[in-house]
Design a protein around this ligand. Structure first.
Ligand code: FES
Length: 80
């Protein structure tokens, strides 16, 4: 089944069961957060480093590598 989310205002599609990070990587994104002027995306992939933080449906600080993407999620990059 296809899952469709919005990332920074653009539609992104992936497969049911993928994490937000997996879905974004599958769509060609390599980073989705800026920290101290550097681009960040997945580093550890196991929920420890917090490099992958995004805002999901208005909730800040969600670990994209741990959160399963749900149809209709609105995901925004973070900068901090
Ligand atoms: S990539 Fe390290 S917490 Fe998600």
């Amino acid at each position: 089944m296809t899952v469709r989310i919005e990332f920074d205002g653009a539609p992104v599609a992936g497969r049911d069961g993928q994490t937000i990070a997996g879905l974004l990587i599958g769509a060609g994104h390599r980073s989705w957060r800026t920290a101290a002027g550097a681009e960040r995306g997945v580093f550890c992939g196991i929920g420890i480093c917090q490099d992958c933080l995004v805002t999901v449906n208005g909730v800040e600080g969600v670990r994209a590598c741990q959160r399963t993407a749900n149809d209709g999620d609105v995901v925004a990059r973070e900068s901090r």
